[in-house]
Design a protein around this ligand. Structure first.
Ligand SMILES: Cc1cc2nc3c(=O)[nH]c(=O)nc-3n(C[C@H](O)[C@H](O)[C@H](O)COP(=O)(O)O)c2cc1C
Length: 168
């Protein structure tokens, strides 16, 4: 898809069908995530693909926001790998750039998606036995939206560019 079309077509999906994303498509999406830039190219991201019944139950324990998606990308960042200076680290920023790539890649391959922040990181860490240095950043449910799903009104509610951009 043309880039501008991808960006315009992406929308948060909150009602998924049971239909799974084909493995080949999933691989293509993950490959685009691999190409994302990170601070000093340290690539601290760690992405867990959750599709098993047990795995999805664990996701549901941590969040009300899976919306029935049959696949969830659990995007994490390794704090030991990410670039840091004194108290500051780019671990969250790096993984967020990767997550953005993943969302737009999914849209490019006609796979619906949403970024989820509302989840309990401690539950995720415990349920998936993540090491202390692996920090969950976001969940990305993936799949195909229900035919009757309509985008949220917020989808088209953007501030005028004059409010967010200033030429100095
Ligand atoms: C950092 C971030 C966190 C978000 N967390 C949630 C969430 O926990 N639950 C949810 O339903 N949507 C969540 N969203 C989706 C936003 O609500 C949505 O992107 C916004 O309302 C604009 O709508 P659109 O994505 O359809 O354009 C999140 C989006 C971002 C970027």
């Amino acid at each position: 898809m043309e880039f501008e079309k991808v960006v315009k077509e992406r929308m948060s999906t909150r009602k998924f069908q049971d239909k799974r994303v084909p493995e080949e498509t999933l691989k293509k999406i993950l490959e685009i995530g691999r190409l994302a830039p990170t601070a000093k190219n340290l690539q601290p991201q760690k992405i867990y693909v959750i599709q098993s019944k047990e795995g999805l139950l664990k996701i549901d324990k941590s969040s009300p926001c899976r919306y029935n998606a049959p696949t969830v990308l659990l995007v994490c960042s390794d704090k030991n790998i990410a670039w840091k200076k004194d108290e500051y680290s780019t671990y969250e920023m790096d993984a967020s750039i990767v997550a953005t790539h993943l969302m737009l890649a999914a849209t490019n391959y006609h796979v619906d998606n949403i970024w989820i922040e509302m989840f309990d990181k401690n539950i995720i860490k415990k349920e998936f036995h993540l090491e202390e240095n692996i920090e969950p950043i976001c969940l990305i449910p993936l799949g195909y939206k229900m035919d009757d799903y309509k985008a949220s009104p917020l989808h088209t509610d953007r501030k005028p560019i004059t409010e967010t951009v200033e030429f100095l």
